[in-house]
Design a protein around this ligand. Structure first.
Ligand SMILES: [Zn+2]
Length: 437
């Protein structure tokens, strides 16, 4: 910046004046903002707004904004959780899982970055499973790094949906239920159902797009990957915004947040990155890059280059299971490309010293795998992705719809999760052998 002289500064300012309305126009075409009925007022809430770096920006920026913001593309006040967020500001709001007993339940922070210009509302949720930490870091970095003065639309970030589980390092809620099986919830149902309902009604319904962040579960690690219902055109379009990221088709288990959101007309995907109980900087980095690409794709932030190969990579996938009891030692690493028949790992019985090799049944890429640990027969050890074109994967997804619906519920109940969402191999495995993914 130091090298810029006054002339180039003015030139940049002029360019941004020209570019801003264009970007906002494109971004706004998807669906009208539900909040447009909200009061149009000057920032009366400014005093309560926690100071962010964005607000302390130079006065010239603000001048540019006012000058360029016509009535059409200037954002209006955004209202969420009974709070107003002024255009060009960021606020930290509170969501109470049980509306009736706000005094008893703890406030769950909801971060809102509301741009100066109109645009879509992107929601990013993390730690629906309380032990999945990478997403928590992704949301924090994304929200505190965004500049509302340069944002078209709104980002809502819920860094820790399951605060209870987060504190205890547990996937579950206090009643041992998995929150990601209860959406969109029920105000008269179980505790999990009520929490799901409250989040869905008070936050999720305000989103135009949703990204729910997860990791692998139970001692398994995932390459950063998207789970998305590619039969839904809006979701398919959304997957193209994530840059060079692995994308798997699946509708998600019953009661998942993304499934419920998609059914409610909000295109939603799950991002899985890394393993639970840890913060992994590489995975966080990838997730952030993917989300920033999405912001750019949705015309919410200016164009910039993040990826060498900006295309999404579509895979169908297959789990390879252990057939023996013993200790697993892997011969491959996450992300490795493997041939058909290649050695993936070995299970050694610690008592008899017998060894059993696990070979890959297909050529592909290791997109998820169990960490070295004690295994039992049937335990999902390696998740192998087989690269497909977008057309192939959509076609196969289409064909698989009828078969998978019938088997998924039963199988999901029967065993703990291999994949976090258990929805991946549905495309290519015959229904009777399809297990829990
Ligand atoms: Zn999860």
């Amino acid at each position: 910046m130091k090298s810029l002289n006054l002339t180039s500064c003015l030139l940049l300012l002029l360019l941004s004046l020209l570019a801003a309305p264009l970007a906002a126009d494109e971004g706004e075409t998807e669906r009208p903002d539900e909040e447009t009925s909200a009061v149009i007022e000057e920032d009366t809430a400014d005093d309560e707004t926690p100071a962010t770096e964005a607000q302390v920006e130079s006065p010239t920026e603000t001048g540019a904004k006012t000058a360029s913001a016509s009535d059409d593309d200037a954002a209006q006040t955004f209202t969420l959780l009974n709070n107003d967020v002024a255009p060009g500001s960021m606020r930290r709001l509170s969501w109470y899982a049980s509306e009736n007993s706000a005094g008893l339940s703890e406030a769950t922070p909801v971060l809102v970055a509301h741009g100066v210009n109109a645009g879509p509302t992107l929601c990013v949720t993390a730690a629906v499973h309380g032990d999945e930490l990478n997403g928590v870091e992704i949301v924090r970095n994304l929200l505190y790094d965004v500049d509302p003065e340069r944002l078209n639309g709104t980002i809502i970030g819920v860094p820790i949906v399951n605060l209870y589980g987060f504190r205890l390092g547990s996937r579950y809620l206090s009643d041992r239920r998995d929150l990601n099986r209860y959406f969109p919830g029920n105000p008269d149902g179980s505790s999990a159902s009520r929490i799901a309902y409250s989040l869905f009604e008070s936050v999720i319904k305000h989103c135009d797009y949703l990204v729910d962040l997860h990791t692998g579960s139970f001692q398994r690690v995932n390459m950063p990957q998207l789970r998305a219902d590619l039969n839904n055109d809006d979701v398919l379009r959304m997957t193209k915004g994530f840059g060079a990221t692995v994308i798997l088709h699946g509708e998600g288990p019953d009661g998942s947040l993304r499934g419920a959101a998609t059914r409610a007309g909000i295109p939603a995907v799950t991002v899985e990155a890394g393993e639970p109980m840890r913060v992994q900087s590489e995975q966080v980095e990838h997730g952030l890059k993917a989300l920033r690409s999405l912001l750019n794709y949705l015309d919410m932030v200016p164009r910039f280059s993040l990826w060498g190969e900006p295309q999404p990579i579509y895979y169908k996938s297959e789990w390879v299971r252990a057939e023996d009891n013993g200790i697993l030692t892997s011969s491959v690493n996450l992300g490795d490309t493997v041939d058909e028949g290649e050695l993936l790992g070995t299970i050694v019985d610690p008592i008899t010293n017998s060894r059993n090799a696990i070979h890959s049944p297909v050529a592909g890429r290791v997109i998820g795998m169990a960490l070295n640990q004690s295994m039992r027969p049937g335990y999902a050890a390696y998740h192998i992705g087989i690269r497909k074109t977008e057309e192939q994967i959509v076609e196969e997804a289409d064909l698989a719809i009828d078969d998978t619906d019938k088997t998924r519920d039963r199988d999901n109940e029967s065993e703990s999760d291999e994949s976090d969402e258990q929805d991946t191999a549905a495309v290519d495995v015959p229904p009777d052998t399809e297990a829990t993914e």
